[in-house]
Structures are given as structure tokens and as C-alpha cells.
Design a protein around this ligand. Structure first.
Ligand SMILES: Nc1ncnc2c1ncn2[C@@H]1O[C@H](COP(=O)(O)OP(=O)(O)OP(=O)(O)O)[C@@H](O)[C@H]1O
Length: 287
């Protein structure tokens, strides 16, 4: 299996805040989308900055498209499209002028594709970016990132603040992008419904540590949450629960194999579980 991104044993600490990315490992097979989720301050952006080599890591290896990136690696930078939530283009530019700047930077700049994407996103070519709404700026950032034909797209909260219709359009573009088996996407997002729609894998990060990576289909179709009374909860073997959370009238238990669990523990109701609820149980629950 070809990996578009492979992070092994990444450690990065910030002396000022005491935060640390602790032995983070992550692999994205080519042709797939990895969703990256975690609460505020969990370490998603720090992981992304480490991948982009914009912060200095303490230890670990990061291979992008099979290569470790050095500061001088401009060829590899062409192959990576980046959209950060703080897209800050020079406000006096227009999308038309931005294209001229991008053409100077990226050898692979594809003006036709840029025009097609900006058209699709209904962005006016000659209006100043400073007059754009947040959604328009994000759409422009996505169009610009995709128009130099990257192989790996790294998106940090790229759809946050966008309305559902715009998000749907953008997700469609991302899905088309990974139809090419040499392409891949790492997408951090708090909008887990977007990831439920398009991600192949989901990685959960909490306090700088990866707490779970799984195929999205497994999470949606196999994982479950058992709603237990306290008597039912006591019957569950420790090895059969990933995490649990005691509430006022029931205890929620995250289980890996919903159907198997249902057969083994008859009488306990087991629901399908969303990515949000998995994150909540892993982060707020006990195990
Ligand atoms: N330059 C810095 N110096 C010191 N601490 C930092 C720095 N940048 C981030 N941090 C701290 O590192 C931790 C992780 O931040 P990070 O931005 O990676 O989280 P995140 O998962 O992207 O969060 P969010 O979902 O809120 O964007 C936070 O506690 C943050 O305060």
C-alpha cells in the first residue's frame, strides 16, 4: 500500500504552554481521505504545522509522498496543497491578481482549473479579497490550493464557518480529488458530519496523543454505544468496552462490535454511534 503521508513517533513540545505532541503516528494511504478530530487544543494544528515543517519537531519522522521534507525542498512543496483556517491573502489582491502571484510561485499552476473552481464557487475575479466574506475567502483558498495540482491536500478547518450548501460543493470537489489514486487528503474538522460523508479513516487526538484511528465505515457500521442500567453495566467484561460514561439514569458504553455485543449481552440496547459521540466517550469517559 502506498502512503501519501506517514508520521512515526512525532514528538513536539511548546515550552511556553507545556503542551506536547506525544509519540504521534499516523498513516494516510494514497487515494484516501483521513479525518482528524479532537477537542480545541488537542494538537491538530500543531501536528499539521509539524508536517509542513513550519515548527521544529523534537523527534520522529514525517514522510510526505515517500520523502522527508527539508527547508529547501521546493519540489515537494509544489505537491502539497494547504488550506489553513486563517487564510490570509493580501487584502488588496483580487482573485485575478492572486492567480498571477501563484503562477509565479508554482510551476504546475493550472489557470484553467483555477477559473473552473472559482466559477464553481461563484467568486468574482475582480473584487478585492478584503471585501470577501469568510466563506468566500475559504473557497478562494481551496481553489488556489488545488490549482497547482498537489498530490496531498492538508486542510485545517477548511469548511468551518461555511454554510451547508457551500460545504456540500466543497466536499464534492474533495471527493473528485481523491478519485485519482495518487492523491490523498488530511482534513482536520470539528464538523464531523462532513467527515462522516467523505472520510475513509478517522484519527482521534486528545491532549497531544492519538487515541484511536479506524476506518470510518467500521466506526459507523460496527462500533456502537450500549445504553445500560447499572446492573447491566456490571455484567459487561472489561475487555468488551472501549470507554464508558456514567450518566444520571444510564451508563453509555462504547463497544467495537455492535452486533457481537448485542448477541453476547442480550437485553442491552446498543445504538449506532456518531463520530461526535465516540470522541465524547473517549475524551470524557473512563476506560
Ligand atoms: N506557539 C505556541 N506556543 C505555545 N503553545 C502553543 C503554541 N501554539 C499552540 N500552542 C498550544 O498547543 C496546544 C495545541 O494547540 P493546537 O493549535 O495544535 O490545537 P488544535 O487541536 O488545533 O485546536 P483547535 O481545535 O482549537 O484549533 C494548545 O494548548 C495551544 O495553546
Amino acid at each position: 500500500m502506498n502512503l501519501s503521508l506517514e508520521i512515526t513517533g512525532l514528538t513536539k513540545s511548546y515550552a511556553d504552554s507545556g503542551f506536547m505532541l506525544d509519540n504521534v503516528s499516523l498513516a494516510i494511504p494514497s487515494g484516501t481521505i483521513m479525518g482528524f478530530v479532537g477537542e480545541n487544543g488537542a494538537g491538530k494544528t500543531t501536528t499539521i504545522k509539524s508536517i509542513l515543517n513550519t515548527v521544529q519537531i523534537d523527534s520522529g519522522t514525517i514522510r510526505l509522498l515517500g520523502k522527508e521534507m527539508t527547508d529547501r525542498d521546493t519540489a515537494l512543496r509544489e505537491d502539497i496543497g494547504v488550506v489553513l483556517d486563517s487564510a490570509n491573502f493580501s487584502a488588496i489582491l483580487t482573485p485575478g491578481k492572486l492567480a498571477k502571484v501563484m503562477r509565479g510561485i508554482y510551476r504546475q499552476w493550472d489557470q484553467e482549473l483555477y477559473v473552473r473552481l472559482t466559477d464553481k464557487f461563484a467568486l468574482p475575479m475582480n473584487r478585492k479579497i478584503k471585501e470577501f466574506s469568510r466563506g468566500m475567502t475559504m473557497k478562494l483558498a481551496i481553489a488556489a490550493a488545488m490549482s497547482h495540482h498537489p498530490k496531498l491536500l492538508i486542510l485545517d478547518e477548511a469548511t468551518s464557518g461555511l454554510d451547508p450548501i457551500t460545504r456540500e460543493e466543497i466536499l464534492e470537489v474533495f471527493l473528485e480529488f481523491v478519485e485519482d489514486e495518487h492523491h490523498a487528503i488530511l482534513m482536520s474538522s470539528h464538523i464531523t458530519s462532513d467527515l462522516e460523508k467523505i472520510a475513509d479513516y478517522i484519527t482521534f487526538i486528545h491532549q497531544g496523543k492519538i487515541i484511536l484511528t479506524a476506518m470510518k465505515d467500521e466506526l459507523i457500521y460496527d462500533y456502537g454505544v450500549a445504553r445500560c442500567t447499572s446492573d447491566q453495566f456490571r455484567r459487561i467484561a472489561e475487555g468488551d468496552r472501549l470507554a464508558y460514561r456514567v450518566k444520571e439514569h444510564q451508563t453509555d458504553v462504547l463497544v467495537k462490535d455492535r452486533r457481537g455485543f448485542g448477541q453476547q449481552y442480550s437485553g442491552i440496547m446498543v445504538d449506532q454511534v456518531s463520530i461526535d459521540e465516540i470522541l465524547l466517550l473517549l475524551v470524557k469517559g473512563e476506560n
